[in-house]
Design a protein around this ligand. Sequence first.
Ligand SMILES: Nc1ncnc2c1ncn2[C@@H]1O[C@H](COP(=O)(O)OP(=O)(O)OP(=O)(O)O)[C@@H](O)[C@H]1O
Ligand SMILES: [Mg+2]
Length: 138
Amino acid sequence: MDQLTLIVKSMPENESLVRSLIGAYAARKNPNIEVINDIKTAVSEALSNSIIHGYSDDATKDIHIDAELADDALTVSIRDFGVGIADIKKATSGFFTTKPELEHSGLGFTIMQAFMDSVDVNSKINEGTTITMKKRLV
Ligand SMILES: Nc1ncnc2c1ncn2[C@@H]1O[C@H](COP(=O)(O)OP(=O)(O)OP(=O)(O)O)[C@@H](O)[C@H]1O
Ligand SMILES: [Mg+2]
């Protein structure tokens, strides 16, 4: 099986690192550039949510990333062990944000859903959040 696991600290610098790494990983299957860019954008949104919301910018915390290439598709999951999401339905509906003062528009999940084939949200209060996304590559 072709799998990849990363554990990174909850720092903004790692958002761009992981975004590029997962983009490069997906590129093994030679998808077109738009597909790679969609994946990179969605991965960024999930990571920034873990950093900003899950961990309130505490850079000592860990984010786990698991990716797999199988059946010409990429599956990527981004997991934090932070505060969790109280109401997943509300959180994933467009324009909902709990940090409006930081100029967040509440569109992260909308972007993930628009750019990936599937987006799965698993979350428990005070235990953390896992976002699992899938995208066909060919
Ligand atoms: N990993 C997470 N841990 C805890 N809460 C989260 C997490 N991800 C998302 N949320 C909650 O879901 C809400 C919606 O997330 P979404 O990414 O759609 O918007 P946003 O991050 O608030 O704004 P934007 O992404 O447009 O900057 C967040 O405001 C936050 O309350
Ligand atoms: Mg967001």
